[in-house]
Each structure stands twice: as C-alpha cells, then as structure tokens.
Write a protein that binds this ligand. Structure first.
Ligand code: GTB
Length: 215
C-alpha cells in the first residue's frame, strides 16, 4: 500500500509545522505507516490536476490505492480507522474521541483561524486593532471552556487519541499570539503533544522537506 500526501512546495511558515500536512504526517507516524510527499507549488493548487484531488485547491490531500481524500479531519479519521493506535476499541470511547476531532476542527479552529487571518491579512486596516481584540475574546471563550474540561488530565478523554492529535495541532497555531499561555494547562497539553516521538518525527520530516535544496 503506497500512501501519498501533498504539501506546499515551500510552506509560508518555513517549516514550523503549522501547515496542515503536519497533522496528517503526525497521524501516519503514530500508526507507523510510511508515506510519500508530493510538493505542490502555489499556482498549481488551483490548476485542474490538483483540483481533481481537492476541489478547493488546498493541501494536504491523501492518496492510497486509488482512494483520494481531502480535509484533514476526514484524512486523520480514515487513518485512525484503518490502523491501531489513534482510536480506542471500545465503541463509546471511540465515539467520544471522534467527537473531540470534530470539536477541534468545528468549534475550536474557526475562531483561531479568524484571529490568525485578522493578524496576517488585515493588519493594515484602520479597524484591525478593535477587530483583533473582539476575536481574541472569542478565542479566549473557547480556550476557557476547553481548559475547564481538560483540567489536570493528560489528554481529553483517557489515553491519547486522534482527538488530541487534531486539537493539539489546532491550538499550536495560537502559540505566537500569547493567548495559549493564558491557559497553562492548555499550553502544557500542547507541549505534551509535541513531546510525542511520532510528532517529533513528523515535524522533522516536514522541516527537512521545507528546507530541502531546490533541484
Ligand atoms: N479544512 C481544510 C483541511 O483541514 O484540510 C483546510 C486546508 C487548508 O487550509 N489548507 C491550506 C491551503 O492549502 C494550507 S494549511 N491553503 C492554500 C489555499 O487555500 O489556496 C493552512 C496554513 C498555511 C500556512 C500556514 N503558515 O505558513 O503558517 C499555516 C496554515
């Protein structure tokens, strides 16, 4: 079985692990599946060849024996469903872990993205400061709720799962803002994720990919 994912030819973050191929790489490392990476240049994202893999012209995509997937939530769920290590066997625990995956992409990630976009793309607008402070409070509301649920636990629901993998990667996007550090248990939770050997391998692989010499 050959697994091929796509990634930015050169990620704008220079390989700090923020582009979403990192969460797919991490999932594959957790379950011990080798994979290949096909780089996609920015202009090629919206060309027919890539659009046939992802109609939204984004990375990452996932190909495995004729199966083509996009959306990291779906890709990580597929990997976790096929291989042991990312989802508990017990049906109720499994359903709860999947719930955390959805919470990561559907409840926690949207205000974080809104905040990141306001910082990156709207910084020259006269209303940027006011808007940033409104969105920062929206992010804080979600972090406060998540922090209360996590409490002193190591992971969100028992052992490490695909739900934690998605949540940690979503929260990492906040690190430069300082917002995460307002919630020490969440900052420690992200650090725990980053300490996992599989995460370290995924991070190192994407860094090497993003800093490779041009052909
Ligand atoms: N919902 C989709 C998923 O989860 O798979 C979102 C995929 C997505 O946003 N992909 C981005 C993309 O392809 C790359 S990851 N963008 C190009 C486009 O839309 O035209 C987002 C990202 C990019 C760069 C950084 N960075 O450099 O810090 C961080 C995150």
């Amino acid at each position: 079985m050959t697994i091929t994912i796509t990634a930015f030819d050169r990620s704008p973050d220079g390989g700090r692990g923020l582009a979403r191929d990192t969460r797919v790489r991490w999932a594959l490392e957790e379950v011990g599946q080798p994979y290949e990476v096909r780089p996609v240049a920015f202009r090629a994202l919206k060309e027919p060849a890539h659009l046939s893999l992802n109609p939204f012209g984004q990375i990452p995509t996932y190909e495995e024996n004729g199966l083509v997937l996009f959306e990291t939530g779906s890709i990580v769920l597929h990997i976790a469903g096929r291989h042991k290590g990312l989802l508990p066997e017990a049906p109720d625990s499994r359903a709860r872990a999947i719930t955390w995956m959805f919470a990561a992409v559907n409840t926690i990630e949207p205000p974080i993205l809104e905040y990141a976009n306001a910082r990156l793309l709207e910084s020259d607008r006269p209303w940027n400061e006011e808007r940033l402070s409104i969105i920062a409070d929206r992010v804080r509301d979600r972090l406060r709720q998540l922090s209360a649920r996590l409490g002193a636990a190591e992971w969100l629901d028992g052992g490490f799962s695909a739900g934690d993998l998605m949540m940690v990667h979503v929260l990492q996007r906040l690190k430069p803002s300082g917002l995460l550090d307002e919630f020490p248990n969440l900052a420690a939770y992200v650090e725990r994720g980053e300490e996992r050997p599989a995460y370290k391998r995924a991070f190192a692989a994407q860094l090497a990919f993003n800093t490779r010499k041009p052909l």
